[in-house]
Design a protein around this ligand. Structure first.
Ligand code: MSP
Length: 742
């Protein structure tokens, strides 16, 4: 038996964020759960690299589209490594890229098959026509009337409801996929397979959409409009619609249309897949993709499973413009990977939207992990050390001790607790099967609570005083330890690090054989009592240190402030550390601009990296400067006064030949001679706009040569929007040149 799970492939025009991380965590959890059952599992993720949007992002950053994709991919890979989601950590099996030649081959094959096919109504599945409509580059989709907002000003283009950006009017020759002929076939599919689209609410949504009638889908753009993509077979003037190309990654990755991939993975072996997606892209997966597959005569996916979206703590959509996104660096620095995984799966009711707040994450970590599972584990193991010589004692209470035991109030019938745990296990597995992670974890924590109470009620410290109650005490300890073993196996897919750690502390880590790890034990096959008496407990270490909420919140808000001013870090400093994510973000924000800002930090430790890291991270420490006291990174006034900020007046400004981003300015900051400052603002300011303008200048920045010119300072500018458009800081009142800013 095999199992194949996919995440969406992420657009290669923006950096990884919490939404991507969440999908990865869910997919990783499901994959680990399947592997535990001994099912050969293939977990695919990757990047969606074609289309106008990536072309534009690349252009803005002065890169080729492929360079742009390489750049973003390197950060996706860093993110997945930093959160232990990559192959090295038992996560995804393959990172797919749609720019791979084998993908071109496979997509072309799918197109050819569809192009030769007849629809269920006997028409050509693909035909050539003309399309005119409003197109959103960011969605890479044409928008219908209910999907855009009409412009307030007459004649202006409407705006995309999702991105709030103006749409492009496109009228051009296009190939169409005759989706309108597939409505009945799709409805029949949904009806015959009620779990094809999950959860149920999403199924209803999709069904209603298809019942509403389907329009044919434009599946190509003229190469003159979009050149970065897969050419339409036999008509290279057309580029495939990016969704046709992207969705097909799920089959090309494993070997469709390419023998080498077929041998390496196996379409025959692994297809059909379970596609895990955000509800934002459900329609593409549950309507278009099945129709394409029908046309090509291929088997339908196993299921389309859609999760909800993360919102901020007040329920707003996360967006860079609102500044309410979750910084993955901050997450990685302050929280263990397992705590983040647990929180994501526990807090969000799968399928619905959820709110993500650091405070809630801290609260859950402290209550459920530190005081809950962590405490149960450490108290159980410590008592085994203290009262049973560090070895798992026997759980059996001999006949002649039963009466004595009963007097203490301890339940002498072991099956009461084992029955409870077994029942919880069954429920847990049913919930996982239904993707109800939150409920599954609630169930597991009912076990934690139950066994915690069993210990507290039995008062082992009292029992230990009475030699006659030795067996009673041992029985309590055994039950607690055996429950812990079960919890390790159940919770392994959610918390792969902590459960293996508890496993080791329980003394189980060193047993020979692959089955000796919770990664390879099928929870359905757990049997109560298999924890061997005499097992030697390992060293007991804290699992989930309590988080000091006030301090951490202060540190986080400090980070947030600092992050926004983090400047470009040379790619050479990028290492395996997730700290690079902020560097990258900054780099992307400022890509090709603020050349003088680059001077500000290169070589200096990045402020956002100066915080202690939580345990269980494997990111390289090489580029991290840790503050020994672990305090928030406030700077004091003396630090600030080290920066010599002056009012300057731009005297001249000119472009630099062959450097399309740089302007060369001469600026009077009240010194004998004006300064020469190079600023990466040429794409946003015309040289003529600047002379006479009063600006703020960092005057004591080490001079640096750029394009053969020495830059003797840096001007300050706000960095606005996703592209980091610079807006020069200026003064609205009269100020003399050289006045100090403080
Ligand atoms: N490239 C397309 C997908 C093609 S699949 C053949 C795409 N890419 S994306 O980069 O925009 O990623 C979308 C996916 O990221 C969502 O479906 C979801 O899995 C995840 N998320 C993005 N934002 C999210 C939240 N705010 N919350 C949860 N997940 C979100 O669409």
């Amino acid at each position: 038996m095999t199992f194949y799970i996919t995440t969406p492939i992420y657009y290669a025009n923006s950096l990884p964020h919490l939404g991507h991380l969440y999908t990865m965590i869910v997919a990783d959890t499901i994959a680990r759960h399947k592997r535990q059952q001994g099912i050969e599992t293939f977990f695919l993720t990757g990047t969606d690299e074609h289309g106008i949007n990536i072309e534009r992002a690349a252009e803005r950053a002065g890169r080729t589209p492929k360079e742009q994709a390489d750049y973003v991919v390197s950060y996706f890979k860093k993110m997945t490594a930093a959160f232990s989601l990559d192959t090295d950590h038992g996560g995804y099996d393959m990172f797919m890229r749609t720019s791979e030649p084998f993908h071109y081959q496979g997509v072309s094959e799918l197109w050819r098959r569809a192009a030769q096919a007849k629809t269920p109504k006997g028409n050509d599945a693909i035909y050539k026509g003309h399309y005119e409509g409003w197109f959103c580059a960011a969605c890479a989709a044409y928008k219908t009337e209910d999907e855009y907002a009409k412009a307030a000003v007459e004649g202006a283009p409407p705006t995309c409801l999702i991105h709030e950006t103006p749409l492009d009017r496109i009228a051009e020759e296009s190939y169409f996929f005759r989706l309108s002929d597939y409505g009945d076939a799709l409805l029949a599919l949904y009806e015959s397979r009620p779990d094809f689209v999950q959860p149920e609410t999403r199924n209803n949504e999709v069904t209603a959409f298809v019942r509403g009638g389907l329009q044919d889908l434009s599946v190509s753009r003229l190469k003159s409009s979009v050149s970065w993509g897969v050419p339409v077979p036999d008509d290279p003037n057309h580029t495939m619609y990016v969704w046709f190309d992207a969705l097909t990654n799920y089959i090309t990755a494993i070997g469709f249309g390419n023998e080498e991939r077929e041998r390496a993975v196996g379409f025959e072996k692994f297809w059909p897949a379970l596609h895990l997606v955000g509800k934002d892209i459900l329609r593409f997966h549950a309507v278009y993709w099945p129709a394409f597959l029908m046309a090509a005569g291929l088997e339908q996916p196993r299921a389309i499973v859609a999760h909800g979206m993360w919102l901020d703590p007040t329920g707003r959509k996360m967006s860079k413009t609102l500044g309410n996104t979750v910084d993955l660096d901050v997450l990685n620095r302050h929280f263990s990977i397992d705590a983040i995984r647990y929180f994501c799966l526990r807090e969000m009711v799968f399928g619905q939207d959820g709110r993500f707040g650091y405070e809630a994450l801290i609260d859950r970590t402290n209550s459920d992990l530190a005081s809950g599972l962590g405490n149960l584990s450490s108290r159980t193991l410590t008592m085994i050390f203290r009262y049973a010589g560090g070895r798992v004692p026997s759980g059996v209470i001999a006949e002649d001790k039963l009466l004595l035991a009963k007097r203490t109030g301890v339940d002498t019938d072991e099956t009461t607790v084992s029955g409870f745990v077994e029942h919880a296990r069954d429920q847990f597995l049913q919930y996982i099967q239904a993707f109800a992670f939150s409920k599954a974890l609630e169930t597991a924590w009912s076990v934690v609570a139950r066994v915690d109470k069993m210990i507290s009620d039995a008062k082992p410290w009292e029992l230990a005083k009475d030699e006659n109650q030795k067996q009673t005490l041992n029985a309590v300890l055994y039950r607690a330890a055996e429950t812990l073993r079960w919890l390790c196996v159940l919770l392994y897919p959610v918390m792969p690090n902590a459960t293996v750690e508890i496993w080791t502390q329980l003394g189980l880590g060193t047993l020979p054989g692959a089955s000796a790890t919770p990664a390879a034990i099928d929870p359905a096959k757990l049997k109560w009592g298999e924890l061997a008496e005499g097992t030697k407990i390992g060293e007991v270490k804290p699992l989930f240190p309590r988080i000091d909420k006030t301090r951490t919140m202060a540190e986080i808000s400090g980070t947030a402030e600092v992050n926004s001013s983090v400047s470009k870090v040379e790619p050479a400093t990028i290492s395996g550390s997730v700290g690079v994510l902020s560097a990258m973000r900054a780099q992307q924000k400022h890509s090709g601009m603020h050349a003088t800002e680059a001077d500000a930090v290169s070589g200096a430790p990045r402020i956002s990296d100066t915080r202690p890291r939580p345990p269980m991270q494997h990111a390289s420490e090489a580029d991290v400067v840790t503050r020994p006291d672990g305090l928030a990174n406030f700077i004091d006034i003396t630090d600030f006064t080290k920066v010599d900020l002056r009012v300057g007046e731009v005297l001249t400004a000119e472009r630099i030949p062959k450097a399309d981003k740089l302007l060369r300015l001469t600026v009077d900051i009240g010194e004998e001679k004006p300064r020469q400052i190079l600023a990466g603002i040429a794409q946003y300011y015309e040289p003529e706009q600047l002379p006479g303008r009063k600006i703020a200048v960092v005057a004591n920045l080490k001079p640096r040569k750029l394009r053969g010119y020495e830059s003797q300072g840096m001007l300050l500018a706000a960095s606005v929007g996703d592209e980091g458009k610079p807006v020069i800081a200026t003064f609205t009142e009269e100020v003399p040149n050289g006045a100090r800013l403080k």
